[in-house]
Write a protein that binds this ligand. Structure first.
Ligand SMILES: O=C(O)CCC(=O)C(=O)O
Length: 305
């Protein structure tokens, strides 16, 4: 096997990120006010210098509940959450990965679980509709059927984060399907990170949250960044797992929250990617001649907004 010359890192510089682990309730205005305050605080209290990107959790403006998604759904881009996040990105001059919100698609009245990313000038630069719907039934554990009210997106999402390079985006349950991260990481997309706003629960969280984050990182030799809501201790609704985290391309957890409301800071160091790909050259050893039919070049649907 010939290892090609080490690629220069796709990153212009290190990416400084903050993950906002907040608890959302039934009051949408209060949720949005909280988001504004947390983002302002993250920028002010950053322990790693000037932030480049702030990330929010899945369903941060509504309860995470099948019977509530339609009540909270908004049009994109004309809805209020889109304009608030756009203004915040502009005000602070940062990228915002806007967790996810229920989106109403007016053309067919469907509801999607959708994540938007904003540039530092407030433009939407990516839109991912959760592709794999969270339909599970674990006796004595948890039953949840997103497909009762949500529809699934039909594209992988990879986009350019300005000078930092390409990244991929999935939502929560999407992390269980390795294909999205693999599409993002391999040529020609060559992403350095996968971002997953997610709301695992107290049944599957302890079993799989860290395992999946580390697996996607190791499989693809990129960073994985997962942002969860805080746990609603004593609440009667969905119990999010918490533990927002960042895993480096070696599979090491470099930042992690607890269960409550918290901001976690992490720096995604550009030099780690070529180091790990040189040391363990799986990135260059893919045998698409053997498994082209699974994720063959040119056969994927990547979102272009
Ligand atoms: O996959 C899991 O265990 C949790 C997924 C989830 O909570 C979600 O997709 O919102």
């Amino acid at each position: 096997m010939t290892v090609p010359p080490v690629l220069k890192s796709p990153l212009a510089k290190s990416l400084k990120v903050a993950l906002i682990q907040l608890k959302a309730g039934a009051d949408k205005a209060a949720n949005l006010a909280k988001v504004t305050k947390f983002i302002d605080d993250a920028v002010k209290t950053s322990t790693i210098g000037s932030l480049d990107l702030v990330m929010l959790p899945e369903c941060f403006n509504s309860p995470y509940a099948v019977d509530q998604f339609r009540n909270y759904a908004e049009l994109i881009p004309s809805g209020e959450t889109t304009s608030i996040l756009s203004e915040l990105a502009k005000k602070h001059g940062i990228y915002i990965i806007g967790g996810s919100i229920p989106e109403l698609a007016p053309e067919d009245n469907k509801i999607f679980n959708t994540s938007l990313t904003f540039s530092p000038s407030g433009e939407i630069i990516a839109k991912h509709r959760k592709a794999h719907l969270f339909d599970i039934d674990i006796p004595g554990g948890i039953t949840f059927q997103e497909s009762v009210t949500l529809s699934g997106g039909d594209k992988a999402t990879v986009f350019k984060l300005g000078d930092f390079g390409n990244v991929g985006l999935g939502i929560c349950y999407d992390i269980r399907f390795p294909e999205l991260a693999s599409i993002a990481s391999r040529s020609p997309n060559n992403s350095f990170a996968m971002f997953y706003p997610g709301a695992f629960n107290t049944t599957t969280g302890p079993l799989h949250w860290h395992l999946l984050a580390r697996s996607r990182a190791v499989d693809n030799q990129l960073y994985t960044v997962l942002c969860s809501p805080a746990r609603d201790v004593g609440g009667s609704g969905y119990q999010a797992y918490g533990h927002s985290l960042v895993v480096d391309p070696f599979g090491k957890i470099i930042a992690e929250a607890g269960e409550g409301e918290e901001i976690v800071f992490a720096e995604l160091d550009k030099d780690v990617i070529p180091k790990v790909r040189e040391g363990i050259p799986v990135h260059y050893q893919r045998r698409f001649d053997i498994y082209e039919d699974i994720v063959g070049e040119g056969k994927v649907k990547v979102s272009d907004l």
